[in-house]
Ligand binder design. Structure first.
Ligand code: SAH
Length: 456
């Protein structure tokens, strides 16, 4: 078959036949796929060709001929462009179905588990304004310090004032800081010249306690002249702020945070509760961004595990200790491991805050610590894992399987690496038993799930 020689700006009439996992509509013209923002399955569109590659291209909706019954109208397209809410144009009901289908498809494709009964996604009660954390880049637009979000796959700042899925008070703090920084002519970071002071504003607001932490990511710890006045104005206007810190990052890499923190106001941490337990959270430590849904997620993980008072539990990738501490009074011992030292000191502190004496935390890579612990005689009955997007390390899976623990409970924020790990865990003698997705990230493509693996 002759390939069409597509030209930029050409317009085609086409049906949207599918949705990618990141929310772009899929259109095929003579079998050649185009990815189109803001296009939903079952819509018929006039598509303008934006870019053509070897095996796929990108298009734009020029005009809708028909629209999906599941389309949410009136959503600001900047939320789609930036990925703040890349599923914001799809009804919440359909978002949940799509996420469930994604997990099923990955299990089929990667783990050859056709028809595995993945449970329906547990919905969020709060589908907007739920995030407890913002990390907002600061850049110059036409000579004006501006806060917003990068356009997807770029470092082009799109100004945003209402972040839609974030706690409104966080948005208010960002706007207040933006306006104050403009008044005193603070310079924003320029990636090309590497000049400028302010790179990012990070704000966390604890869901239950309402305590707030503000972190300014800057290129040096030299403060602007008016910093003291600004700090008083900020903390007076937002009395829930318990911590303001500088984070110094002069690197060119894509990591938001640098290594060094400096407390400007209050303490170096905030405190929140989850499932009735108290947690201190310091700036570099991970903390789930949707507290209400994370509490459901953890509860399901405990229910899967069927905790017993005699159980020795490993909490791998433990962060500030939320998962292990949440169950510590129902089991015999909890051993947690985590690479970020500040998170581990939070976890140790959190055990004391909750009057626990049966938890043990150590800094290190899970794949290095687990074999060491087993050699030292620890015999776990249960292994909880909650790895970052890249999933579990292969040696970790081998060693975890040698423990003969009765179950491995896997919390995953990436169903693709999860499906890969299902294959590896089953090879090592752990049978996938249950998969329960929980929607921690309404309006976005992100999928969280908890799975139970039983010793064969
Ligand atoms: N269980 C915690 C944290 C989960 S996020 C919670 O629910 O809040 C994943 C954590 O794994 C992060 O804290 C990250 O710092 C940590 N981590 C990443 N790679 C790791 C590794 N190889 N070994 C141990 N911890 C790791």
């Amino acid at each position: 078959m002759d390939m069409i020689n597509f030209k930029k700006n050409e317009i085609f009439e086409a049906d949207v036949i599918d949705l990618t996992h990141e929310g772009q509509g899929v259109v095929k013209i003579e079998h050649f796929p185009f990815f189109v923002d803001n296009a939903l399955p079952d819509e018929r569109i006039m598509m303008r060709v934006l870019k053509v590659g070897k095996s796929f291209g990108f298009g734009r909706v020029e005009q809708f001929l028909t629209q999906s019954e599941h389309r949410v109208s009136g959503v600001n397209l900047d939320y789609l462009r930036t990925g703040i809410a890349d599923f914001g144009h799809l009804s919440y009901e359909e978002q949940l179905k799509f996420k469930q289908k994604q997990v099923c498809q990955l299990l089929t494709k990667t783990a050859h588990k056709e028809d595995f009964p993945v449970s329906n996604v547990i919905p969020a009660d709060r589908t907007l304004a739920y995030r407890n954390k913002a990390q907002v880049p600061v850049r110059d637009i036409n000579g004006l310090l501006t806060t917003g979000f990068f356009r997807k796959n770029s470092h082009t700042l799109i100004p945003v004032e209402n972040f839609y899925i974030q706690t409104p008070e966080i948005d208010a703090i960002i706007l207040f800081l933006r306006d104050e920084f403009r008044k005193i002519a603070v310079s924003s970071y320029d990636e090309k010249t590497r000049q400028g002071w302010l790179r990012n504003i990070v704000v966390r607001k604890a869901y239950h306690s309402s305590e707030i932490m503000v972190t300014l990511v800057v290129t040096s710890d030299k403060l602007p002249k008016d910093a003291d006045r600004l700090l008083s104005a900020l903390t007076e206007k937002f009395p829930n702020i318990k911590s303001v810190q500088l984070n110094i990052n002069a690197d060119t890499g894509s990591f938001i945070l640098g290594k060094r923190f400096k407390v400007l106001y209050g303490q170096g941490y905030i405190t929140d509760t989850m499932l009735g337990k108290t947690f201190q959270i310091s700036a570099p430590a991970f903390y789930q961004v949707n507290t209400e849904q994370a509490e459901k997620l953890y509860q399901i993980a405990y229910d899967f595990a069927d905790l017993k008072a005699t159980d020795v539990v490993i909490d791998a990738y433990s962060g500030i200790g939320t998962i292990g501490i949440g169950m510590a009074d129902k089991v015999h011992q909890v051993y947690g491991m985590e690479v970020i030292p500040e998170a581990v000191s939070d976890a140790k502190h959190n055990a004391r805050l909750n009057n626990l004496s049966n938890t043990h935390y150590e800094v290190g890579m899970a794949e290095a610590l687990l074999p060491k612990w087993l050699k030292s005689g620890i015999k776990p009955d249960l292994v909880f894992v909650d790895p970052p997007r890249k999933g579990l390390d292969e040696t970790f899976i081998k060693v975890a399987s040698e423990t003969q623990a009765r179950a491995i409970i896997y919390i995953s924020c990436n169903p693709a690496t999860f499906a890969r790990d299902v294959v590896r865990l089953e090879e090592q003698g752990y049978q996938l038993d249950k998969v329960q997705p929980v929607d921690l990230f309404p309006q976005t493509h992100h999928i969280e799930l908890v799975a139970n693996f039983i010793r064969k």
